[in-house]
Ligand binder design. Structure first.
Ligand SMILES: Cc1cc2nc3c(=O)[nH]c(=O)nc-3n(C[C@H](O)[C@H](O)[C@H](O)COP(=O)(O)OP(=O)(O)OC[C@H]3O[C@@H](n4cnc5c(N)ncnc54)[C@H](O)[C@@H]3O)c2cc1C
Ligand SMILES: NC(=O)c1ccc[n+]([C@@H]2O[C@H](COP(=O)([O-])OP(=O)(O)OC[C@H]3O[C@@H](n4cnc5c(N)ncnc54)[C@H](O)[C@@H]3O)[C@@H](O)[C@H]2O)c1
Length: 442
């Protein structure tokens, strides 16, 4: 078996692994990156990007529906196979683009499944690779349930490859994926059921705004069952017969499981390298070091209490690359992180939650902006909540609005630059625009 030696070996080519690879290589390290499935990882192949392509049609439809009899006549419909073809065109271009980037940067890249044979060496199917340091960026996969018939459920990747949208579709799980995909399916003309074990959707988000969001989904016709789970699925005359924990039974054409994700560190023989794992995630310290101090974990597979999102993995990848190149010895400090649920409307938040702000005695401004020009013209019932500390600095924001995914970025900047509400007016923003609304919020 061929053996090669590197300064830094990276397992997994998702956003986290790639960010680490490019940063380390630029800082003069000899880097190898290993991928076993799709170059680029979850986000561009079967996560954020394909989802956002499907959303392009959903967004137009949503806008059209909001403007019916208010200046627009007639509404479009989604042609699912055509939309999927565009999605696939994008996904097919990911691998060549990623490989070209790696080649241009002269980063060694190997296709294969990496697993440790000792504390600094991994094997793939036909190679042995040694590195002074390893960075594990193997991401997560959908969590499997094991009730009778659970294997009949599809997962988020299957949904993003559906050739046809069925007439009736069921989602299990009221988190990011269940909510976003239920919404897409609704706009693609399916009859949608969403089952979740909690008494609300999106438990990590501002529950005041989530309540309004749920009303909007229910108003759209999505059938949401709270405080329940599926206990059995059986095939029945070309459909699936579902039985819920509350005793309800019904027939549906397809069931998608979206009950969270587990880490992929259980498949790398972590024990051979002295790395401790929990639920497939790697235990890390404040430097993202595993229990083997020469091996780090970044992105979704790291067992830390931060949202598992692309910008976070990216940031961690760059940090570890700099640390291993003697550019920093500081513990990792995260800037404020935006989180967005891409429904219609979106829910977004950053910084301190409104609940924690209120607990600390901070002011929480509730701004209902449906009558303000930027939101009024689309009949968008925008609700923005902003937390201000004793000196008037913006310390948190949560938003329910169609434009929330962009608007939240203004708040990210305000929080990171420690701006007060008044100081948001220091910049002149184009008028009328989201920026100008941000600066005029009171
Ligand atoms: C449906 C969906 C929608 C999402 N939407 C968003 C969004 O809108 N915004 C957002 O910020 N985040 C979103 N996310 C989350 C985002 O995709 C992840 O946070 C991000 O991809 C994590 O990056 P990563 O590099 O840690 O892992 P991944 O992107 O999962 O990459 C890990 C890579 O490691 C490879 N690998 C695993 N084990 C091995 C091994 N032993 N050897 C070699 N290779 C291996 C895998 O094949 C994979 O390519 C979404 C996720 C899903 C599932
Ligand atoms: N917009 C985004 O940034 C975005 C979009 C999609 C996914 N993601 C990432 O992917 C991760 C996974 O998303 P997800 O939606 O699978 O997980 P999640 O953790 O967001 O939600 C899981 C949901 O499933 C429910 N649940 C768990 N077990 C259940 C059971 N047995 N029966 C019924 N309900 C059950 C939970 O109560 C929760 O509502 C997210 O945490 C996030 O990191 C991000």
């Amino acid at each position: 078996m061929e053996q090669a030696n590197f300064d830094i070996g990276i397992i997994g080519s998702g956003p986290a692994g790639l960010a680490a690879a490019f940063e380390a290589q630029q800082l003069g390290q000899k880097v190898v990156i290993i991928e076993e499935y799709m170059w680029g990882g979850t986000c561009p192949n079967y996560g954020c990007d394909p989802k956002k392509i499907l959303l392009s049609a959903v967004e137009i439809l949503h806008r059209e529906q909001a403007l019916q009899n208010k200046g627009l006549v007639g509404s479009s419909r989604i042609n699912w196979p055509e939309l999927m073809a565009i999605k696939q065109e994008y996904v097919d271009a990911v691998k060549p683009r990623k490989i070209k980037g790696l080649e241009q940067a002269t980063i060694e890249h190997i296709y294969g499944h990496a697993q440790f044979i000792n504390r600094n060496t991994i094997t793939t199917e036909n190679q042995k690779i040694q590195a002074t340091n390893w960075i594990i960026a193997t991401g997560q996969r959908p969590r499997q349930l094991d009730f009778p018939g659970a294997d009949l459920m599809l997962d988020s990747e299957d949904f993003l490859n559906l050739a046809e949208m069925p007439q009736d579709i069921t989602f299990l799980g009221g988190g990011y994926i269940g909510v976003e995909f239920a919404n897409i399916s609704h706009f693609a003309d399916a009859n949608v059921h969403l089952i979740t074990q909690g008494n609300h959707l999106l438990s990590d988000f501002d529950q005041l705004l989530v309540g309004k969001f749920e009303q909007e989904m229910i108003h759209n016709g999505v059938d949401i069952t709270f405080n329940a789970t599926i206990v059995e699925i059986k095939k029945y005359e070309g459909q699936y017969l579902i039985r819920l924990s509350n005793g309800t039974t019904y027939l549906t054409d397809l069931v998608i499981s979206a009950v969270g994700r587990v880490g992929n560190a259980d498949k790398i023989h972590a024990e051979n390298a002295g790395i401790e794992i929990r639920d497939g995630h790697i235990l890390v310290d404040q430097y993202l070091r595993s229990t083997n101090p020469d091996i780090y974990a970044i992105g979704d597979v790291a067992d830390n209490d931060v949202p598992k999102l692309v910008p976070v993995g990216n940031y961690e990848g760059r940090y570890v690359a700099r640390r291993l190149s003697d550019q920093t010895s500081e513990a990792l400090q995260y800037p404020t992180m935006p989180q967005v649920v891409f429904g219609t409307p979106r829910i977004a938040q950053t910084g301190l939650s409104m609940k924690d702000a209120q607990k600390q005695g901070f002011v929480v401004k509730d701004l209902e902006l449906g009558k303000v020009i930027t939101f009024f013209r689309y009949h968008d019932d925008a609700h923005i909540r902003v937390a201000l500390n004793q000196t008037g600095q913006i310390v948190g924001a949560s938003i329910l609005a169609f434009e929330a995914e962009e608007l939240i970025n203004y708040f990210v900047t305000a929080i990171n630059t420690k701006r007060t509400f008044e100081e948001t007016q220091a910049n002149l923003y184009a008028y009328p625009s989201l920026g100008s609304e941000f600066a005029e919020f009171y």
